[in-house]
Design a protein. Structure first.
Length: 472
C-alpha cells in the first residue's frame, strides 16, 4: 500500500462521507430523539452545567466532553454539536478503508468503505447527534491501529499498543456496544503480533482511559447513569423479537450491504467448490480464513450484545455494519455484477433512507410550537419531553432535563414533582408536554404548573405551558 494511494483514497472517501452528511448537519429539525437530547446537553454545558453532576448523562464519560468540544469548534451555533457525529462518519469511513486495505486489495477496500459510508444505519448515527457514531469510529480506529503490525516488523513498538488502548478505551468509554470491536483489536494484537504484553498494555491503557475520564465526575455517578440506568431499563423486546428487529433494520436501511455480503458468500462457494482461481493475496496479508473467522466473531459478538440488551433501539444496529461490510469486501463478485446489483438495490436504499438523506424541517403543530418558543426571551430555559423542539427554538433546559426519556420516568428518575420543582425556577419560562409516553403520563403536572403561574396553549396533541413571570 503506497502512501500516495492511501492519502488520495482517504481524501476522496472523506469528502464523499462529508457530502452525504451535510443535509443532516444543517437539518432545521431534530432528526431523532437523541439528536435533541445531546444537543440540549450541549446548550446546558454552555451555561456551566457539568456532565453527571448537573446534566443526566446516559452515555460513558468521554461522550459529553466530546460534544462540548464539537460545540466549541462549531462556534456554539445551533448545529455545532452535530459536528462530532459528522466527523465520526468521516473517521469511520477512513478507518474501515484502512482495516480492509491491510487484509485485501485496494479496490476491495474502497468497496468496504463505500458500503459503510452509504449505509443507512450508519448515516442515522453519523448525522444527528448520537453516541453510536463516535464510539464506532474510535473502536474501528483501534482495529486499524492494531492492524498496522502487518506492515512492519515493529511499527512504533509499545506506542502502537498505547494508541490502540487510547482509541479502544475512548470508544468503550462512550458506549458499551463498542466493546466487541475493542476486543477484536486485542485479538488482532494477539493473533498477528503474538505479543501478549502488547495486548495487556492496550487493555491497561483502555481501562485507564475510563478511570481518568470518569473520576472528575465521580465513579458512582458515572456508573449509575451510564450503566445501571441501562441495565435496569424495562425490556422492550423479547430476545427473538430483538433478533428479528436487527434483521429487519438491516434489510430496510442497509440493502446494499446485505446484497454485497450475499454475493461475496456466493463467490466464496464458487472458489471453494468449483476450483475457480482465487484472487492473488499479498504474502504480508493474513490468511483469508483467519480474517473471516475474526470478522465473523466480531459480528456475532455485536449481534449477541444487541439481542441481550434490555432496550434495543434501531440506531444500535449500526454497530453491525463495519464487520459485515468488511466480510463483503473479502471475496466480492466482479465489478460488473456489483454495478448491476447496486442499480437494482439503490432505489430501495434511497426510499428507505430519504428522511436522513434529504431531511425536511418541522411541519404542522411542531412548527407552530417551535415558532411560539422563539417568542420567549432568548436566554429562557425550557423543559420539554421532546427536547428537540426547545433546541431548534434556541432554548436549553435545566441540566437534569436534557434527557427526558421515558426510561427515566419509568425508573422514577423524573417525576411529576421534579418537573414542577424545576419549572418553578425563575429561569424557566416554558414547559412542553408532547408525548403520552413522557410527560403526558404525569397526570397531575398540568395543575401543578398552573399553580406556578403557567398558562397552557394547545397545538394539536402538544400542550405548551408558558408564563410571563420568569427572570430569564
Amino acid at each position: 500500500m503506497t502512501r500516495r494511494h492511501w492519502r488520495i483514497d482517504a481524501l476522496v472517501l472523506g469528502l464523499v462521507a462529508l457530502v452525504l452528511r451535510l443535509p443532516a448537519l444543517f437539518a432545521t429539525r431534530s432528526l431523532v430523539f437523541d439528536d435533541g437530547v445531546f444537543a440540549s446537553s450541549a446548550l446546558a454545558m454552555r451555561t456551566g452545567g457539568q456532565p453527571f453532576r448537573d446534566i443526566f448523562s446516559s452515555q460513558g464519560p468521554v461522550f459529553l466532553p466530546l460534544v462540548w468540544l464539537a460545540d466549541l469548534l462549531g462556534f456554539r451555533t445551533l448545529d455545532a454539536p452535530r459536528l462530532l457525529t459528522v466527523a465520526s462518519g468521516v473517521l469511520l469511513t477512513i478507518a474501515v478503508y484502512s482495516c480492509a486495505r491491510r487484509v485485501t486489495s485496494r479496490g476491495h477496500a474502497l468497496l468496504a468503505a463505500g458500503l459503510v459510508t452509504t449505509s443507512g444505519s450508519v448515516l442515522w448515527v453519523t448525522g444527528p447527534v448520537n453516541a453510536d457514531g463516535p464510539s464506532m469510529a474510535l473502536s474501528v480506529l483501534a482495529i486499524a491501529l492494531a492492524l498496522r503490525s502487518l506492515d512492519h516488523v515493529d511499527p512504533g513498538g509499545k506506542w502502537n499498543a498505547v494508541w490502540v488502548g487510547l482509541a479502544g478505551g475512548a470508544a468503550a468509554s462512550i458506549k458499551a456496544l463498542s466493546v466487541p470491536a475493542v476486543v477484536i483489536a486485542g485479538v488482532v494484537l494477539l493473533l498477528w503480533r503474538r505479543r501478549v504484553w502488547d495486548a495487556a498494555l492496550a487493555a491497561a491503557v483502555a481501562i485507564g482511559v475510563y478511570l481518568v475520564t470518569a473520576l472528575p465526575w465521580g465513579l458512582s455517578r458515572v456508573w449509575d447513569q451510564s450503566f445501571t440506568y441501562h441495565n435496569d431499563a424495562r425490556r422492550l423486546n423479547t430476545r427473538p423479537d430483538a433478533a428479528w428487529k436487527v434483521v429487519t433494520t438491516l434489510w430496510e436501511r442497509d440493502p446494499l450491504v446485505l446484497v454485497a455480503l450475499a454475493l461475496a458468500f456466493v463467490m466464496f462457494l464458487v472458489t471453494r467448490f468449483t476450483g475457480a482461481p482465487r484472487v492473488h493475496q499479498d504474502e504480508r496479508q493474513p490468511r483469508v480464513g483467519v480474517v473471516v473467522a475474526v470478522l465473523a466473531l466480531w459480528a456475532v459478538l455485536v449481534f449477541t450484545l444487541l439481542v441481550w440488551e434490555p432496550a434495543l433501539f434501531r440506531a444500535h444496529v449500526a454497530q453491525l455494519v463495519p464487520p459485515l461490510a468488511l466480510l463483503a469486501s473479502l471475496r466480492p463478485p466482479p465489478w460488473a455484477v456489483l454495478a448491476v446489483a447496486a442499480v437494482v438495490v439503490a432505489p430501495f436504499w434511497a426510499i428507505e433512507n430519504r428522511s436522513i438523506l434529504w431531511p425536511h424541517g418541522y411541519r404542522g403543530h411542531d412548527a407552530e410550537v417551535v415558532a411560539r418558543l422563539r417568542e420567549l426571551p432568548g436566554d429562557a430555559l425550557v423543559i420539554s419531553d421532546d427536547p428537540g423542539l426547545a433546541w431548534r427554538a434556541g432554548h436549553g433546559p435545566p441540566g437534569d432535563f436534557a434527557d427526558p426519556s421515558f426510561q427515566r420516568i419509568e425508573q422514577g428518575r423524573i417525576t411529576e414533582g421534579s418537573v414542577a420543582r424545576a419549572a418553578a425556577s425563575a429561569e424557566v419560562c416554558g414547559v412542553v408536554v408532547s408525548s403520552p409516553q413522557h410527560f403526558g403520563r404525569l397526570v397531575g403536572l398540568g395543575s401543578r404548573l398552573r399553580r406556578e403561574g403557567y398558562r397552557p396553549e394547545r397545538f394539536g396533541d402538544i400542550t405548551l405551558y408558558t408564563r410571563t413571570r420568569c427572570r430569564a
